[in-house]
Design a protein around this ligand. Structure first.
Ligand code: 8OZ
Length: 367
């Protein structure tokens, strides 16, 4: 029988098991530069089949929180290079999550204090994190301006450059396109945030256009076998809302099926919260079936609230990979603990965002 602990081939990557460390924002990269402490943190978790980094801004404009890492300058790429080398030395595989926050940002975090950008000039009803004197504080996101159609080719190119730099310069095994959780690509997809009247708004086809352009350009840069994508069909995170998500994601998944990706990563339900949302029903098995029927061969990765039993069941039922988030914060040796049915350390939410080694690299492994 298929098990969580099987080695598996995912696109170009040979993984030691089906257990993935989900992307987790930790706000420990001042000036967007990855630190030696971050190298230690990821290396501690290198027994995961695959590590997905915390969301990493492709440009200064794509940044929406204090002290999150970037991919847009030499120092940042050098910092990541030290992370990927340490992870590879420990036998791990690591991809970087390519992030543009769109409207989930604050003027203080934007180039020259400017407005965040979005498909439409609609403020997200959500918060972002500013760290002042080392203290994280949640503040309302700023009012965005609508992106001009002429700006979109440059934006797509920025994704491509970030992907290429990530693999060629920073040494990542691949990239994950962050198209979930109410950030830029999800804002374009969903009717609640996209009220454009040009080729990038209105119909499902138009709302999916930017996402598909980004996926195509990234696969051209680094190869589909090194490209994954994360989607969250119904999460309410960051004020994400679509009036009719099933046909929207059916369309997206059919298009993705033709692009030979390494993996499709689906957040089921509310990110970090309930897996079922009574007011936002969604059929994930239908989505997967649509993908396979359309010829999609990528590994199917699921996430959100999985424990060992649920994960083993999913894998037995044909899921290829399971991403664990909070359990990996508190358990660097999560793979070994799951294998042995050992108890898990509990994560401390007070140290999730910002700070240093405490609540980051000091969680104990099994002796
Ligand atoms: C938590 C805090 C800040 C950002 C996401 C990148 O939800 C995030 C994020 C999560 O995808």
């Amino acid at each position: 029988m298929r098990s969580l602990f099987d080695p598996t081939q995912v696109g170009d990557l040979q993984l030691a098991n089906r257990i993935v460390m989900a992307p987790l924002t930790r706000n420990r990269a001042p000036d967007a530069i990855p630190t030696p402490l971050m190298a230690e943190y990821y290396t501690q978790r290198a027994s995961a089949g695959l590590l997905i980094t915390e969301a990493t801004a492709i440009s200064h404009q794509g940044q929406g929180y204090s002290d999150v890492p970037g991919l847009y300058g030499t120092e940042q790429l050098d910092g990541w290079k030290r992370v990927t080398e340490a992870v590879h030395d420990a036998g791990g595989k690591i991809v970087v999550q390519l992030w543009h926050v769109g409207r989930v940002s604050h003027n203080e975090l934007q180039p020259d204090g400017g407005q965040p950008v979005a498909p439409s000039a609609i403020t997200a009803k959500t918060k972002t994190v500013l760290i002042k004197n080392g203290v994280p504080t949640f503040v309302d996101t700023s009012a965005p301006r609508a992106l001009d159609a002429e700006e979109l080719p440059g934006l797509v190119h920025t994704y491509q450059a970030a992907a290429r730099n990530a693999v060629e310069t920073a040494g990542f095994d691949g990239v994950e396109i962050h198209a979930a959780n109410g950030y830029l690509l999800d804002q374009f997809l969903k009717s609640g945030s996209n009220q454009r009247t040009d080729d990038y708004g209105g119909s499902i086809k138009n709302r999916a256009r930017l996402l598909l352009e980004v996926v195509r350009t990234v696969t051209t840069a680094v190869g589909g076998g090194r490209t994954g994508i994360r989607l969250s069909p119904v999460t309410p995170a960051n004020d994400a809302y679509d009036a009719d998500p099933q046909p929207l994601f059916d369309y997206v998944i059919q298009k993705l099926a033709t692009l030979n990706l390494a993996y499709i990563h689906i957040i089921e339900g509310a990110t970090g919260g309930p897996r079922e949302l009574p007011d936002r029903p969604f059929d994930y098995s239908a989505l997967k079936a649509t993908y396979r029927t359309a010829g999609g061969k990528a590994a199917w990765m699921v996430n959100n609230g999985y424990d060992k039993a649920l994960a083993e069941q999913a894998v037995a039922d044909g899921t290829d990979l399971v991403a664990f988030g909070k359990p990996f914060i508190a358990n660097p040796d999560l793979v070994e603990r799951l294998r042995r049915n050992a108890p898990l350390n509990k994560p401390d939410p007070a140290t999730f965002y910002g700070g240093g080694a405490k609540g980051y690299t000091d969680y104990q492994t099994l002796s």
